[in-house]
Design a protein around this ligand. Structure first.
Ligand SMILES: N[C@@H](CCC(=O)N[C@@H](CS)C(=O)NCC(=O)O)C(=O)O
Length: 217
């Protein structure tokens, strides 16, 4: 398998977490999204030009982080962590939380970041609305985590792969410490082997950005 991704893209981190949880072997193919040439090459190969993208052993291209994770989970049912539980009610909840996190948190955080990046053009009312939306969703997660160790129960699932990459930004731009259960969850996520592997890649990519060896995505 080959994974086309960028280590600083949250949706890529979501898939990396899942692949490390599954202990799945893959060839890493980093795509520099902000480098026009690298982007052009990638678009010739995959016209939508979005990462993450998985190329299976049978050379099938699989886009969309959640679909990639479902594919990998089915491909290696006995290996590593079961990311979409077999129990139908837990699996339904896992998919639901995964959808909500992508749509309500990850995408909203991206919109918030974009607004903050351009202070001259940013709309203060819009920023406040986004902030309120994000805080409401963090509270929703905090309530779930009052009773659950991981988001959907005792084991880490697809939903946690979606949530964990959002938390570093939520921690620095939102007061994550106000949410007791989310703070406990974040502390526990940081000890997870798969997260430590992803973190190493993020830090390396961030250092390369700082020393100017890699364009910022
Ligand atoms: N829904 C997609 C989102 C993928 C996505 O938005 N990827 C971003 C990076 S995080 C991207 O490739 N952006 C480049 C572009 O839109 O041209 C998924 O879950 O994989």
């Amino acid at each position: 398998m080959e994974l086309f991704y960028h280590p600083l893209s949250r949706y890529s981190q979501k898939v990396l977490l899942a692949l490390y949880e599954k202990q799945a072997n893959f060839f890493p193919r980093v795509i520099e999204l902000s480098d026009p040439l690298s982007r052009q090459d990638f678009s010739l190969f995959y016209p939508p030009g979005k990462v993450p993208l998985l190329k299976s052993k049978q050379e099938i291209l699989i886009p969309e982080s959640s679909i990639i994770i479902e594919y990998v989970d089915n491909e290696f049912p006995q290996k590593g962590t079961r990311l979409i539980p077999l129990d139908t009610s837990i699996s339904l909840d896992t998919r639901l939380q995964d959808r909500l996190i992508d749509l309500e948190l990850s995408n909203t955080l991206f919109e918030f970041e974009q607004q903050q990046l351009n202070p001259e053009t940013s709309n203060q009312i819009k920023l406040k609305q986004l902030e309120k939306h994000i805080n409401r969703f963090l509270q929703y997660l905090d309530d779930i985590l009052e009773k659950n160790h991981w988001l959907c129960g005792d084991s880490l699932t697809l939903a946690d792969c979606a949530l964990i990459p959002c938390l570093p930004y939520a921690r620095t731009h939102f007061q994550l410490f106000k949410y007791d259960n989310l703070s406990r969850y974040w502390a526990q996520a940081q000890l997870r082997g798969a997260y430590l592997q992803v973190k190493e890649e993020i830090e390396l990519a961030q250092t390369e950005v700082l020393v100017g060896r890699r364009p910022i995505p």
